[in-house]
Design a protein around this ligand. Structure first.
Ligand SMILES: [Zn+2]
Length: 207
């Protein structure tokens, strides 16, 4: 789906490769991301990735600001205004892209994925259980995100599980590549929420 707002810093060295991949292969990207490997495989993958980073200096950090309601998309003017606000908050960023997806998409945290917990009783959730629920949800193209937790039998949205680091589901995101800073402060996030017209949450991804 279309890029709806793009702002680049002129002195940056923008690379659109990742977003281009999302644009042209959104479904394969989603599928690839939600099928997380087992913890052992993930450890191997992360180790391999760190080696690659060490060898080649290749890595990417993304600060991603998304609506708290997964299928919500802003009007063009609200998206543009929110992009302006976030851009001003990230003066050292490499690139900011506003992305609107055809379907609800898992906004993953990349190698920052460590654990998933129950939002009701705080029990850790087994990664196999979570992957099966993600498979079920993906069968609906993430239109249905409800799951019943094995720990306390609560009906919860996959969007509301306790992801560490945070993750989300969204059809819209403001994606800041190499943001040059950490999380938006609560005040900054509230400003973005006001401009966008909906409460936002943040995902910090590292690849
Ligand atoms: Zn629970």
């Amino acid at each position: 789906m279309p890029l709806i707002a793009t702002m680049k810093k002129p002195q940056g060295t923008p690379s659109r490769s990742r977003f281009s991949a999302l644009q042209h292969h959104p479904r394969s990207w989603t599928y690839k991301v939600y099928l997380l490997p087992t913890p052992h495989q993930r450890h191997v993958r992360i180790s391999a990735w760190r080696q690659l980073v060490q060898d080649m200096g290749v890595s990417e950090s993304l600060l991603r600001v998304v609506p708290t309601v997964p299928d919500w998309v802003p009007a063009q003017d609200a998206a543009d205004a929110a992009a302006e606000v976030v851009s001003a908050m990230c003066p050292g960023a490499g690139e900011l892209v506003a992305c609107r997806y055809a379907e609800v998409t898992f906004i993953d945290q990349g190698v920052n994925f460590e654990a998933v917990g129950c939002p009701v009783c705080a029990a850790p959730l087994d990664s196999d259980w979570w992957q099966e629920r993600m498979d079920d949800a993906y069968a609906t193209r993430f239109a249905t995100l409800d799951a019943v937790t094995p720990c306390c039998s609560a009906t919860v949205s996959l969007n509301d599980l306790e992801y560490y680091w945070p993750a989300a589901f969204a059809r819209f995101e403001l994606q800041v590549r190499d943001p040059g800073r950490g999380w938006l402060s609560p005040d900054e996030a509230a400003q973005v929420s006001t401009v966008l017209g909906i409460t936002v949450r943040q995902v910090f991804s590292h690849y």
